[in-house]
Design a protein around this ligand. Structure first.
Ligand code: FES
Length: 166
């Protein structure tokens, strides 16, 4: 039998109740810790599949839309355009040829950007890199950048959607 703080002996029942309270608290704290660990693991797993940089899915379907006049596109410098909820790059090359590429990385769809210093498309999520024409250079992406479908009409680039490389 233990003594209470005032020096009087504590009953078995009181000791048992105190031990139960302590045990309940320890169990509660352990559950909280396990719950927090599971939540952290779930967030980490979700980030691996859907990284924070992901902003587009590259699957917008909408009527053909004129995005730019060919003459307004600078030679050899990709320009980013919004297309529905997605984005695409239009580049004018020699002979006024147009390259149209989905800005969604073919790995898990993070939004690519054109890095002028290295003259490559770069992915901020897992470091895939692509040439101006969308050909994969390096990184975890397993295919080239996906093309955007377009035609030139009355001097304008009219985009009608995205295709997907095999
Ligand atoms: S989304 Fe992973 S490399 Fe681009």
């Amino acid at each position: 039998m233990e003594e209470k703080r005032d020096g009087a002996p504590e009953t078995d029942e009181a000791t048992l109740r105190r031990d139960m309270d302590r045990r309940d608290f320890v169990q509660w704290a352990a559950s909280l810790s396990i719950g927090a660990t599971c939540l952290l693991g779930a967030v980490t797993a979700a980030n691996a599949v859907n990284p924070p940089g992901r902003s587009i899915d590259g699957k917008t379907k909408m009527p053909p839309t004129a995005l730019a006049a060919v003459a307004d596109l600078p030679l050899g410098k990709p320009q980013l355009f919004a297309y529905g909820d997605d984005s695409l790059f239009l580049t004018r090359t020699e002979g006024d040829k147009i390259i149209a590429l989905n800005a969604a990385c073919p790995h898990v769809a993070c939004k690519l950007h054109w890095d002028e210093k290295i003259t490559q498309y770069a992915c901020p999520c897992h470091a895939s890199f692509f040439k101006l024409d969308g050909t994969k250079i390096s990184g975890p992406a397993t295919r080239n950048m996906d093309p955007a479908m377009f035609q030139v009409a009355a001097g304008k680039v009219v985009v009608s959607g995205f295709a997907e490389n095999a």
